[in-house]
Design a protein around this ligand. Sequence first.
Ligand code: 13P
Length: 248
Amino acid sequence: MRRKMAAGNWKMNGTEASLAEVDALIAAHPAPACEVLLAPPATLIAAMAARARGTKLAVGGQDCHCAASGAHTGDIAAGMLADAGASHVILGHSERRADYGETDAQVCAKATAARVAGLVSLICVGETEAQRDAGETLAIIGGQLGGSVPEGADGSNTVVAYEPVWAIGTGRTPTLAQIAEVHDFLRAELSARFGAEGAAIRLLYGGSVKPVNAAEIFATLNVDGALVGGASLKAADFGAIITALEAG
Ligand code: 13P
């Protein structure tokens, strides 16, 4: 049985003052029936983790380096995220693939480093609009999945997030049939490669998930939760998404 997960990606948003939203979220959802994760910018990980200590809220990073330490100015090692109180890390987000040219091989190396550091990786895959229009969606996603998920991945160390690039921050979402098609494909690919371990890897949908559309997305087969951007910044919105997931 895969435990459902509501994950929030704050991206490059949030300052110390934003932690009031975390307090509000914890107060409103002290005992969620699903796993709840927030990934703030690195500057807030330690402070958010301090507030989350002793609660059900998990805290994650948004990226890590593949090396354990060294001369990599501006980068953060997986072990440093863990040291700051993170238990998870988002890897291979399309914004990092686009902004920094991150490759599947780099994402894979980061995921291995994360596992060594004891972090759960949320590995992101997703097609652009042009790729979907060209009928390449499953080929692109299959390639990203195969190249980005390392050997040894299982339900305890890996979560996969399907985030169509054209649905991120746009207010547009795929049809439920389109989500189901990709999630069924991801489930089959992971099961074929990792067997029962692959069947235990949770699949999150991400891209314009809001309180208004969360319930129908969560009712879709092989959707084990959501990776939420904009709507995770406000406790009321993210809380409503958590509630929808608990009910689904
Ligand atoms: P939005 O929910 O703002 O579309 O962002 C999705 C996302 O990229 C989460 O990682």
